[in-house]
Design a protein around this ligand. Sequence first.
Ligand code: HEC
Length: 386
Amino acid sequence: MKEKKVYGLTALFDTPDRIIDAVKKISSDGYKKFDVHTPYPLHGMDGAMKLKPSKLGYITLVFGLSGALFALLFMFWAMSIDYPMVIGGKPFFALPAFIPITFELTVLLATLSTVIGMLTFFFSFPSNNHPLIGSDYMRSVSADKFGISIEAEDEKFDDIQIRALFSKLGTIQIEEIYYPDTETFPMFQKKFILFLLVIAILTGGTTYFVLNKLLFMQPFNWMMTQDKLIPQERSEFFSDGFGMRVPVDGTVARGFLPYEFKGEVNPASFLSNPILLTKKSILFGQQKFLTFCSPCHGNFGDGDSRLRGQFPNPPTLHSNRVKEMPDGQIFHIINNGQNIMPSYSSQTTVEERWAIVNYIRVLQRAKNATQSDLEEIKKESAANGK
Ligand code: HEC
């Protein structure tokens, strides 16, 4: 018979104190390749074994950092080099926007590498067997005993010496462990693979059944089949067969009252200005005037267009003609346009148009200030302490 290869020697102890003492002695004697098995975690065992922190953390660190670096570099390349796009005026390399993906990829690579690294480097995956599995020793330490195993590969391994040491430490049983004759991979057993297959079919089948069948059965489908109207669908409820109704003739959407004088060149009367001349409405009107009117009429309404002759210059808004116009007439011009000036009704809301009218009034008064206007300003400045 072929000689069996020794894996190591094991010893069982029956109290936690005994095993801790034994482990302290064995590690201080200089044994390196030994391990301890206990039915539950024992406090102080790491220290007694003189365990160094696991090297697994380095794998996590390296892969985590690579994830962060890869994410950042890839986003930099995609967003700044391959397809640069201005998004909301941000720089191409917009770090705050890149943080979520960087974080996710860091965590993804770190966790995956930790699990895969642990299985392959430390547990020699795909082998999930170990000489100790199936031994009497393993049966005892997973019930109520505490055990030490010293591997034959340890430099100081000496069968007789270790047996003597174990006995001195008060062991209750010593067992010699051998490697199995042939290496086996229990993971690849037909039974296990069949088990995985059955689980996959069961979970997949159940999910399919719940999502595609169960939800369409009584009573889960009650809401689906109740009487209701669905947009764009047929309905038996109305005689014309349509589910959707046409609004009553003349219906107007909220906030969209049609303009009374639409298309009229010279209406007999005009709407009156509903917006008070307040500082807030004037500043609002200024903003809208500078946006929509100033390109042609100039920042102060002088008709000094910025369009350099690409569009005929408009007349000044400080003429007596415009000064004497009722507010409603200027509103009407913004709404309908006048001759070659186009309508600005689609760009501005009703409120914005009246605010612009108010601002034009302010411009007109500022350009034609009277003595009393100046005195008013003086009074105000004095009141403000300037
Ligand atoms: C594309 C250039 C342009 C823009 C923008 C523009 N206008 Fe005009 N506007 C004109 C022209 C040109 C006239 C002269 C039309 C005409 O021949 O009667 C005019 C005429 C006017 C008049 C009548 C002046 C008068 O003496 O009859 C008023 C009031 C006026 N614009 C107000 C505005 C307001 C308010 C805005 C902003 C909502 C605005 N315009 C935007 C080109 C423009």
